[in-house]
Structure formats: structure tokens, C-alpha cells
Design a protein around this ligand. Structure first.
Ligand code: HEC
Length: 195
């Protein structure tokens, strides 16, 4: 290669490398921009409301008319400092809910509604793909090969949300107040404390 051509070649190469270096972060940002899209978040809020996620996932305040979602702890799952009372013997043919509708007893043992807020103890470190797998395949933490989600999480119904709806729900969940709450692990039927 002649020196002039070589110089030109180097200039073009440097330009290309530079363009790639500058483009990468932009692209990454653009990929996640939808998470901050106000319209998307609003739609997600609507879907979460009408799909009754609060029924199980929000701790409640008890009112004369029954439990209502606690606005300070929305979607943060079964409170870590609220142990369930022992399971009454003779209730084998019943499914039991605690007063806050966040803890559940049935033939599967004891399950607790998960923390869906963007804290480390919730979905803070989750990717959208994890969320999608959790809802579509009913897998704990949305990881391939992890345990199946327990009842009464109705993922068999929610798996019919389309991709856009799931994106909107995830964007909303990532936008709400993070609440630190390490939900207890489920209990197998043989280990349930009986009364
Ligand atoms: C009838 C109660 C109920 C309703 C309604 C419900 N969930 Fe759940 N959900 C649960 C329970 C209980 C668990 C924990 C199951 C387990 O530990 O295996 C759970 C777990 C999850 C998980 C997995 C969390 C993890 O750490 O793996 C996600 C995600 C989730 N729910 C999202 C939702 C969304 C979004 C909605 C509304 C569209 C919703 N849930 C409505 C009861 C419910």
C-alpha cells in the first residue's frame, strides 16, 4: 500500500472504530428507553389494576369493609415481619388466606405473594426476559430450570398477556417505589406448623 493510501486507510479505520465506540452506549440506552415511556407505564398501571395484582401482592390495611392495599407498600408482597398463625388442624379440605390476602395455605403447602417492587428483594435486578418467562412459563424468578410458581399465582391465565402488555406491566413495576421486604420462602405440606 502506498503511504498516502495507507494514511487514508488508517483515518477511515479510526473513524469506524470511533463511530462504533460512540454508538454502543447510545444503542444500549435506546434499548431500555421503553422502560421510561410514560404512556407505557400508564398502560402497565392500568393492566396491573384491572388484573388484580394488588389483591395478592400488596400488603393491606384492614378497614370495616375489608382489606385495602396499603399505599405505602404497594406490590411489595407478603410482609417479612408478619408470620402466619399455625394452620388449624382439620382444614385439609380448605384453602386458607391470611387477613392481608398475601399468605396462602393449600395442598401445595404455604405460599407467599412475591415482592414485585424494583428493590433488590423484589424485581430490582430482573431483566424483562426474566419477567416474561416467569409469567409465560410460571418459573420462580423467571429463570429457566428454577422451580414452578405455586398457587394461587394465576400465571396460567396471565400467560395470555401479549408481549406489549407484558412490557407495559414490567415498565410500570420498574417505575414504582422500591420497598425492602424479603418475602419468606414457601413451606412444603409436610413442614406446615399445625395447630
Ligand atoms: C391470587 C393471588 C395472586 C394474584 C392475583 C397475582 N399473584 Fe403473582 N404471585 C402470587 C403468589 C402466591 C406468588 C408466589 C408463588 C411462589 O412462591 O411460588 C406470586 C409470584 C409472582 C411472580 C414471581 C415472583 C418471583 O420472585 O419469582 C411474579 C412475577 C408475579 N407473581 C406477578 C404478578 C402479576 C404481574 C400479577 C397481576 C397481573 C399477579 N402476580 C397477580 C399470587 C398472586
Amino acid at each position: 500500500m502506498k503511504p498516502k493510501a495507507k494514511f487514508l486507510f488508517m483515518v477511515i479505520l479510526a473513524g469506524l472504530v470511533g463511530a462504533c465506540m460512540f454508538r454502543t452506549p447510545d444503542k444500549k440506552e435506546a434499548n431500555n428507553n421503553w422502560l421510561k415511556d410514560e404512556e407505557m407505564i400508564k398502560r402497565g398501571q392500568h393492566l396491573v389494576t384491572v388484573s388484580a395484582c394488588h389483591d395478592c401482592h400488596s400488603p393491606k390495611i384492614m378497614t370495616p369493609l375489608g382489606p385495602e392495599p396499603d399505599p405505602d407498600r404497594l406490590l411489595s408482597g407478603h410482609p417479612q415481619d408478619e408470620p402466619l398463625p399455625p394452620v388449624p388442624t382439620g382444614s385439609e379440605n380448605w384453602i386458607l388466606f391470611n387477613m392481608g390476602l398475601t399468605g396462602f395455605v393449600g395442598p401445595w403447602g404455604i405460599s407467599y405473594a412475591a415482592n414485585l417492587t424494583p428493590d433488590d428483594t423484589g424485581t430490582g435486578s430482573w431483566s424483562f426476559d426474566q419477567f416474561k418467562l416467569a409469567i409465560r412459563k410460571g418459573k420462580y424468578k423467571g429463570l429457566e430450570g428454577s422451580r414452578d410458581l405455586l398457587p394461587p399465582m394465576p400465571w396460567q391465565m396471565y400467560q395470555h398477556f401479549n408481549d406489549d402488555e407484558l412490557k407495559a406491566i414490567f415498565a410500570y413495576l420498574q417505575s414504582i417505589k422500591p420497598v425492602r421486604n424479603l418475602v419468606p420462602a414457601p413451606v412444603s405440606p409436610n413442614d406446615m406448623p399445625l395447630n
